[in-house]
Design a protein around this ligand. Structure first.
Ligand SMILES: C[C@@](CO)(OP(=O)(O)O)[C@H](O)COP(=O)(O)OP(=O)(O)OC[C@H]1O[C@@H](n2ccc(N)nc2=O)[C@H](O)[C@@H]1O
Ligand SMILES: Nc1ncnc2c1ncn2[C@@H]1O[C@H](COP(=O)(O)OP(=O)(O)O)[C@@H](O)[C@H]1O
Length: 296
């Protein structure tokens, strides 16, 4: 079997008969913070696009109600793993009497702003709904998913999207599918720390999607992340010599955009091998939904 973590059409069709499903990464192509609500959460305007790169989740259904997940993820208690939580949530919600043996082949850095955990949870919900024959619609799955994380619904609907509110108001959107060099500086950044920072800009005026797509893209979290994490500052400055580059989500990953794969690969090769990096293409339809034939 092809062990590639790139979900191109050859890999997806070769995979069609395996019980193995993609969990793509996402990028926030832009991210603006409009206000802080009275419950402390921040309202955003952000543009999500998938990458043709990510984790694989293998799913075998069981005739009992056990949920088994392998392997152990460093630093994540098994019952806290978003795949396990998604499977249990769906079981409880539906009263389903089946279980599953799940295997997560993890390649996405955790807590890097690439949405790996949310994507894992979404793939578990969408695939188990199908294999357990529950027939819940995507809206119901997205509602369940939102209770696991703000970014889960995007992966459930499977369209690149403009998100508002705390991420729950989604408008499908089809930005250019560029090539990206994605790199993880050797730091870990907690989303909560960034949103708690008094220096975070919180009052960017809301704009229409049409206006936001016309202006230069940026990320309101980037300045404070650069100020607090010299590794991010250094890597972004290095990438900016070659291409437009910015932060995804609340970091720590950064990405540079290119018009073709070769240009992205050439820059990637020049990065020191202490930096975890990959080249991937932006996708407006999730490879999970392409594999399952759900693309509209
Ligand atoms: C801002 C994004 C953009 O993609 O960042 P990344 O996680 O991808 O980096 C996400 O929507 C993140 O969503 P999610 O990953 O569910 O956030 P959580 O870990 O639950 O957030 C941790 C904490 O950050 C704060 N938080 C989070 C999201 C938000 N819109 N406003 C907030 O104030 C809250 O204090 C929350 O308790
Ligand atoms: N299956 C999973 N994959 C990744 N992270 C997980 C998973 N289950 C739980 N987590 C927890 O969720 C946090 C956020 O993970 P992730 O979605 O990868 O990052 P981000 O939200 O920054 O894109 C991790 O730091 C980890 O503690």
């Amino acid at each position: 079997m092809n062990q590639s973590y790139h979900f191109n059409s050859a890999v997806l069709s070769e995979n069609a008969l395996q019980q193995r499903y993609p969990c793509p990464a996402k990028l926030n192509l832009f991210l603006y913070i409009n206000r802080q609500r009275s419950d402390g959460y921040h309202e955003l305007q952000t543009l999500f696009q998938f990458l043709d790169y990510g984790d694989w989740l293998t799913v075998d259904i069981r005739n009992d109600t056990q949920i088994n997940l392998t392997p152990h993820l460093d630093g994540v208690r098994p019952e806290h793993n978003l795949v396990y939580r998604a499977a249990r949530l769906l079981q409880q919600h539906s009263g389903c009497r089946f279980g599953a043996d799940l295997h997560l082949d993890k390649v996405l850095p955790m807590g890097g702003g690439l949405g790996g955990g949310s994507s894992n949870a979404a793939t578990a919900l969408v695939v188990l709904n199908q294999l357990w024959q529950l027939n819940l619609d995507l809206g119901s799955l997205a509602k369940l998913g939102l209770s696991l994380g703000a970014d889960v619904p995007i992966f459930i609907y499977g369209n690149a999207a403009f998100a508002e509110g705390v991420g729950e108001e989604l408008t499908a959107c089809y930005p250019e599918e560029k090539w990206y060099l994605v790199a993880k500086p050797n730091v870990s950044i907690a989303t909560a720390d960034i949103f708690a920072d008094p220096a975070l800009p919180r009052h960017t005026p809301k704009k229409s999607l049409t206006t936001l797509l016309k202006q230069e893209f940026s990320n309101d979290c980037e300045k404070i992340v650069r100020d607090h994490y010299p590794e991010v500052e250094h890597l972004l400055n290095w990438l900016l010599q070659y291409a437009p580059a910015r932060l995804t989500g609340t970091g720590a990953c950064v990405f540079a955009e290119f018009d073709n794969k070769i240009a992205a690969q050439q820059v990637c090769k020049q990065l020191p091998n202490t930096i975890n990096a990959f080249v991937a293409r932006g996708m407006n339809h999730s490879p999970l939904h392409i594999l399952l034939g759900k693309t509209r």
